[in-house]
Write a protein that binds this ligand. Structure first.
Ligand SMILES: [Zn+2]
Length: 146
């Protein structure tokens, strides 16, 4: 199991496009950007829809259930802030409620070897400070592959 207690995570800095995302994460009720013209979810947020170029974008609530779309296992300490957690799994997750929007996070509360494409995960929230709470993931209890 990766020891995240020794990692020193960099603190994300919200901007005009990402502020609604961070505000929702702080309340542990995630919202992702959705195009109001074609319905496409996207993450990270952009000024325009990457599918149809619309500028009518709003943030909508999404649930935290999804699956691992891709992953990598970090064995090297090129970034010393994460050295204490090596080896660990960085995962890309596609949420059930927001197909097409891919979220990056870490697989927490499980051995890094449990990161597999297609595995069911659920979102959990890691509070970094008074302003920033980081969406993260753990294995879902109802993993049909087990
Ligand atoms: Zn669109």
């Amino acid at each position: 199991m990766s020891d995240w207690s020794q990692a020193k995570r960099p603190i994300p800095v919200p901007d005009q496009w990402t502020q609604p995302f961070w505000d929702s994460a702080k309340r542990e009720a995630l919202k992702l950007q959705r195009c109001q013209d074609c319905g496409h979810f996207q993450h990270p947020p952009y000024p325009t829809c990457v599918n149809c170029m619309s500028i009518d974008m709003k943030f909508e609530p999404v649930g935290g259930a999804g699956h691992i779309y891709a992953y990598t296992i970090m064995y090297h300490d090129g970034d010393k802030r994460f050295a204490g957690a090596i080896p660990y799994a960085s995962i890309i997750v596609e949420l059930d409620d927001a197909p097409g929007a891919l979220m990056a996070g870490n697989l927490l509360d499980a051995p890094y070897t449990e990161a597999k494409v297609g595995r069911r995960v659920e979102m959990i929230f890691e509070r970094l400070n008074d302003d920033i709470t980081l969406p993260q993931f753990r294995l879902a209890d109802t993993d049909p592959t087990e």
